[in-house]
Write a protein of this length. Structure first.
Lengths: 251, 251
């Protein structure tokens, strides 16, 4: 069933008003009619089955049929921090990790990033956010992954105190300590994880040195070398497997 | 280090001869000179460090420096069987699952495939095979994922006897039995797994019915709906995690 993200403020008693792009999508793309039903999710992760009552003034008016109790979000908060990469690759990563349940995507300006970006590029961030929204709708999530503004490497390091676990995806395992991803995930009992992934050219020696002086743990992602745009998909898939698959064991 | 796949027949005593596209790549793309070193892997999964001795007649002549003992391949044989999807999506899947260690990619003609293809399209298969080769080189594998010719659904079902475990990725869990992926993988002690993934529109009811009458087990890939091109990446990532990460536990 088609799914739209709305603000709680769009709900008045048992009525929902949708305008803007989603109005356009419902009316002109999906060509829905009164009586048709969709799902709406709020920023508070409540979701409702709603039925179209009518259209007026570039708005769709819908009536709540019932509240849904969906459990499709990871039981953890996952941030993927990645060295800035080319736009098309960034878009692919955002699309896939939105599907796979990530909560935040944080572009980090790293030494070997081939693309230099401005710290503030609201237009680009908005575009990325739109991709995350669409992917969240399609994968039937109740929450949209948030795209953060790009930060410097120093700011990334300073943010580590906000996370229960910091993982660095690092292919040169012989130089790393404590690198087993499974061991780190299996023993994890906290709430928030940040995973740091290098750009196309990998981390610079200086960045590795800085990371080694933090609480971050270095982990490998299997014995093969993954591209920077594949690494986040590996990480998100195994986090889902570790923390969501196990739960259904008794069923 | 740059890596090339060769046939064992290209090795004569301690000398290796490379011609064709790889010759072009070494000489004109990488602009290598005598004394430069690369890695070569044979179809028997032997790999060697070799040094360029010289160029002649559209050939590179290299000398074996040493045999390498690399363990970068999964301890299992994994076949990803997927409903035929659009060419660009197929290419992306092939690229990513090559990196992630898959051994065979089998396109299957399914009812809801939006693309109709000829059973034999050697040109397309060759192109896909080239993408798999490049991705295998870049991820530093010792083996190239093989692209199979597309098969009918009936042929797919008939092939199940060749696999120790057949898994069907199915989002509608309430209709499925025995759907826990982790349980199926954790208890697996065989050698070969085939994972069947639907096209964009999913399996048809008829296909599900046919699959239910086989030894295949239905599994979910987390609680969110994944696109058909994301599902193989999820599967390959968790197979690596389950069968490769654990092994390094004692290190």
């Amino acid at each position: 069933m088609q799914r739209y993200f709305i603000n709680t403020s769009a709900i008045k008693q048992n009525q929902v008003i949708i305008s803007g792009q989603d109005y356009h999508h419902i009316k002109n793309v999906m060509r829905m009619k009164p009586g048709d039903r969709v799902l709406v999710c709020t920023e508070k992760e409540n979701s409702y089955l709603v039925e179209i009552t009518g259209f007026s003034d570039n708005k769709v008016i819908l009536t709540i049929v019932e509240e849904r109790n969906e459990q499709v979000e990871l039981p953890l908060e996952i941030t993927i921090a990645q060295g800035v990469i080319r736009r098309e690759k960034t878009e692919e990563v955002i699309r896939r990790i939105s599907e796979l349940g990530a909560n935040f995507y944080l572009p980090v300006m790293m030494e070997r990033s081939l693309v230099k970006i401005k710290e503030q590029d609201q237009k680009k961030t908005n575009r990325y956010q739109m991709i995350a929204k669409e992917a969240s709708e399609q994968s039937q999530r109740t929450r949209i992954m948030k795209i953060e503004e790009p930060v410097s490497f120093d700011k990334l390091l300073a943010s580590f105190e906000n996370y229960d676990l910091c993982l660095v995806a690092y292919e040169k395992l012989s130089q790393a300590k404590d690198y087993n991803l499974e061991k780190n995930l299996r023993s994890f009992t906290g709430k928030s994880i940040i995973v740091i992934i290098g750009p196309e050219g990998g981390f610079s020696p200086q960045e590795i040195k800085l990371l080694q002086n933090t609480k971050a743990k270095f982990v490998g992602l299997g014995p093969r070398i993954l591209r920077t745009e594949t690494a986040p998909l590996y990480v998100m898939s195994v986090i889902s497997y570790q923390f969501e698959e196990g739960e259904t064991d008794e069923n």
